[in-house]
Design a protein around this ligand. Sequence first.
Ligand code: SF4
Ligand code: SF4
Ligand code: SF4
Length: 167
Amino acid sequence: MSILSRRNLLRGQWRGHDVIRPPWSVDEALFIDGCSRCHACVEACETGVITVSGNQGFPELDFQHAECTFCKRCVEVCPEPIFHSTESQPWQRYAVINQTCLTYQGVACRSCQDACEPYAIKFKLRLGGIAQPEIERESCTGCGGCVRSCPVQAITTRESDKDNDGK
Ligand code: SF4
Ligand code: SF4
Ligand code: SF4
């Protein structure tokens, strides 16, 4: 891929939705350079969370579809050197709940809490009697399990090194 087309591709991705590569992936530019788009990871993924919905055919995760169990199959089947050691942390990803959460509109809901296996979502009672969710960053694995449980799509995930909000 030429430098220009790669640059355009990366620009498009940064301007669009936050593209989530499989866990343990190397940095985006290296991933794009190294991935041959063979889709072995897509076929191997035990939950089906890896999709090729992006227009360039690179694998990405869709948490509206499924979650990541960190089974490592994607890393193990990939023939290219585009993953870090699975002895390391898979990523610095964590969940974020935005203001469209039903509890901010005064509606009781705890769907995300039930979906979180590590119990990283705690509910705290607020004025008015509606409990609101908070993500416990140190417990959140960024698995995405809570994302599709939310009826109003109030949950996204982000990488902490792209985070400037100091949360
Ligand atoms: S670690 Fe497993 S569940 Fe997660 S993306 Fe890779 S193959 Fe899919
Ligand atoms: S991303 Fe996973 S660990 Fe984090 S809050 Fe959601 S379900 Fe829990
Ligand atoms: S599932 Fe969605 S709407 Fe319900 S409490 Fe969680 S973030 Fe809010």
